[in-house]
Design a binder for this molecule. Structure first.
Ligand SMILES: NC(=O)c1ccc[n+]([C@@H]2O[C@H](COP(=O)([O-])OP(=O)(O)OC[C@H]3O[C@@H](n4cnc5c(N)ncnc54)[C@H](OP(=O)(O)O)[C@@H]3O)[C@@H](O)[C@H]2O)c1
Length: 389
């Protein structure tokens, strides 16, 4: 029986992780869970279904509300809250694998705490590596922890590399659907609405990553994530637009052989892979791909001009500096402002560039430098927003 902690249980990845657990009750057990305060009734329902012994929510008010929602079930579970609660979930002594399915920088501290306990991280929260890859990866080595990626592209690369190392690769082909604006003109993209941007052609995901997919910042963040995860120079990471989202990414070996992983665009597949790694276990819920039904797979060059966010992230991907943390933090603030209709879609890359221009970068940052850069970037982005709206 593999015991699991799940951080972000009510979100898109979190719910799909629970679906995988539900399909494999004989092999997987959730011992601890954390969620935000937006879907407490759903969280209470999941607690009743999966019976973890420890849970956490953001604050004491959410904790009392959850207690009420749980009724007598509340006697069987320890309810914690805040940063401490999140850390308790991440470090539950029985958990072997910790699924990090929260959005944003919030994932960094619990992930670091779980790594220090030598846990395996099923990493969905890419922002942890984007902001702090230079600190996190050495910690993984030091504490003999492991990261198994949940992001579908990185799960594909992980599977394709199996048994080989960065020294064997000449390239990583990182696929991107191109998002909802793949065929839109510059002018149309500039004025895209929230509804347009949330209308992803292939994937159903949380709001922040869906907007990141529309700007293509998501692919830029994934270059940085891949660089740290696979210890490969970003110059060797080639983004390729693949609108069908069937090839989830591929690696090109030095001898010219390209090995990739295919499947329907369904997050339960990489989640299943990460939860059972290193074993391959039969799944009854992951949809099967019938190769005879595939008519064609298409590939295109990305357009860095129409998608400046991709260029902003790709340009700093080779650095080990606070600039990636600043980009990550400012992006969280600016995307939230777009979702609240405070700024236009076209303003997103402009504000990110402005924040980066004002930042005094520190190279080879410590965790404290990263925390400070994150704080500074949020404040800076907020003041730019204040001035503009
Ligand atoms: N969605 C995908 O298909 C997908 C694919 C690849 C990678 N990822 C990555 O996976 C991560 C999660 O994405 P998502 O789309 O699943 O996001 P999401 O749907 O927005 O879910 C976020 C989760 O975090 C919880 N949360 C918020 N504040 C919290 C707090 N203070 N403490 C504990 N939990 C908190 C939310 O709870 P409430 O909503 O209940 O408040 C929710 O359960 C992101 O880093 C994303 O880039 C996602």
């Amino acid at each position: 029986m593999k015991r699991i902690s799940l951080i972000g249980a009510t979100g898109s990845v979190g719910r799909q992780a629970l679906a995988v657990v539900a399909a494999h009750r004989e092999a997987l057990k959730v011992v601890a869970m954390a969620a935000g305060a937006r879907s407490l009734p759903d969280f209470a329902q999941s607690i009743t279904t999966f019976s973890p012994d420890l849970v956490s929510v953001p604050d004491s008010r959410a904790a009392s509300e959850l207690q009420k929602l749980l009724g007598t079930k509340a006697n069987e579970v320890a309810i914690h809250h805040g940063e401490e609660g999140l850390e308790l979930v991440a470090t539950h002594n029985e958990a072997q694998t910790v699924v990090t399915a929260v959005v944003g920088f919030l994932g960094l501290k619990p992930t670091a705490a779980a790594i220090k306990q030598g846990k395996t991280i099923a990493l969905a929260n890419k922002e942890t590596l984007v902001a702090a890859g230079g600190v996190i990866m050495p910690m993984v080595k030091q504490y003999q922890a492991a990261i198994v990626p949940v992001d579908s592209e990185h799960a594909a690369i992980h599977q394709s590399m199996h048994g080989y190392g960065p020294q064997d690769l000449s390239a990583i082909w990182l696929t991107a659907s191109g998002g909802p604006f793949r065929k839109w003109s510059n002018e149309q993209i500039e004025n895209a609405t929230v509804e347009d941007a949330l209308d992803h052609p292939n994937w159903s995901m949380g709001h922040k990553i869906t907007i990141d997919s529309a700007t293509m910042m998501n692919k830029g963040l994934e270059i940085i994530e891949a660089r740290w995860l696979f210890d490969i120079s970003p110059e060797k990471i080639r983004v390729v637009i693949h609108p069908e989202s069937i090839l989830h990414s591929a690696v090109e070996f030095k001898d010219g052989s390209i090995v990739g992983q295919l499947g329907h665009p369904d997050m339960r597949m990489p989640i299943h892979y990460a939860l059972f790694y290193p074993n391959r276990v039969e799944s009854t819920i992951v949809p099967r791909l019938d190769l005879t039904k595939l008519s064609k797979l298409t590939f295109e060059e990305p357009d860095f001009k129409r998608f400046p966010c991709l260029k902003i992230a790709a340009d700093l991907a080779s650095e080990d500096s606070t600039r990636a943390s600043v980009l990550n933090a400012a992006n969280e603030i600016v995307v939230e402002a777009f979702l609240k209709r405070r700024i236009s879609f076209g303003t997103i890359p402009k504000m990110l560039s402005s924040v980066l221009e004002r930042h005094k970068s520190i190279s080879k940052p410590s965790l404290d430098d990263i925390l400070e850069a994150d704080r500074w970037a949020r404040q800076e982005a907020e003041s730019l927003l204040h001035a503009a709206t």
